[in-house]
Design a protein around this ligand. Structure first.
Ligand code: NDP
Length: 259
């Protein structure tokens, strides 16, 4: 029997897309949630209302994961709101502003993307892990979890968005590293690796990908992935259904990796 009360989760980029799907799946599973967003306060507020309609509590926190002070603010707010941190889902991420061939791509956009998609998560996880260790020692949480949302781009070499692929490959190693380091503290770490999911991020390629996915089997299970598909995977690992697995990759890709 764990500590009394509802578990609490922080979901970065919880205002839209996959993050929203994760927030709602967690709320259905009985979590109170910190919904983090970067700038879209309206979307975050909508998600907050949806969580409350499901009987959960939502606390909205604006924080840019690439900024150190914002990361601290996010974890402090979570602890202040619920007094505990049972789960961190590092989901926030951006697609490249411009797609540029590997031989042409510049450093400025690389730095920005790596800051949000890799360095930010790397250090946010460090902060959350320290908090979880302290809270576990104080008996406030039991076997907290960390979930990192990576991508099939961690292993597909897309030469016109090398920055994104490098960041996602780095996240895969980040999951391995923290899994190895935190095992002795009873904190399992999972890498959830989505395939092609229908969100604002994939909106610009929707028309082109419809044919590839639905007719040509780019995703063998011939449909777009939905944010709820990813949300369900997060709930499965967060609720300790895989207690003896850590550093595990959970593919949520409709079989993309089988091609
Ligand atoms: P969306 O563009 O739909 O949503 C992105 C979310 O991240 C928003 O909530 C946004 O907040 C937030 N965000 C963006 N930048 C920051 C930042 N600097 N700090 C904090 N939050 C930020 O993306 P998806 O839902 O599609 O993607 C979510 C994650 O899943 C990303 O890491 C992406 O790389 C990954 N992924 C997506 C796939 C897909 O097919 N869609 C496939 C595989 C992985 P705001 O609303 O304020 O802008």
């Amino acid at each position: 029997v764990g500590p009394a009360g509802r578990p609490a989760a922080v979901v970065t980029g919880g205002s839209r897309g996959i993050g929203r799907g994760i927030v709602l799946a967690l709320a259905r599973a009985g979590y109170d949630v910190v919904v983090n967003y970067a700038s879209n306060a309206e979307a975050a507020a909508e998600v907050g209302k949806e969580v409350e309609a499901l009987g959960g509590r939502a606390h909205l926190v604006r924080a840019d994961v690439s900024v150190e002070a914002d990361r601290r603010h996010l974890i402090d707010e979570a602890t202040a709101a619920y007094g505990r941190l049972d789960l961190l889902v590092s989901n926030a991420g951006v697609a490249p502003n411009v797609r540029a061939d590997l031989l042409e791509a510049g450093e400025e956009s690389f730095d920005r993307l790596i800051g949000i998609n890799l360095k930010g998560p790397y250090f946010l996880i460090q902060l959350a892990a320290r908090t979880m260790i302290a809270q576990q020692e104080a008996g406030r949480v039991e076997r907290p979890k960390i979930v990192i949302i990576s991508s099939i781009s961690a292993y597909t070499a897309s030469v016109n968005r090398g920055d994104y692929c490098v960041a996602k490959a780095g996240l895969a190693m980040t999951a391995q590293l923290y899994a190895a380091r935190l095992a002795e503290h009873g904190i399992n770490v999972y890498e959830v690796r989505p395939g092609i999911i229908e969100t604002d991020m994939t909106g610009p390629v929707k028309a082109r990908y419809d044919d590839l996915i639905l007719n040509q089997g780019l995703t063998p299970i011939r449909r777009w992935g939905q944010p709820d598909d990813v949300g369900r995977a997060v709930v499965a690992v967060a609720t300790d259904l895989l207690p003896f697995s850590t550093g595990q990759v959970i593919d949520v890709d409709g079989g993309f990796h089988l091609r």
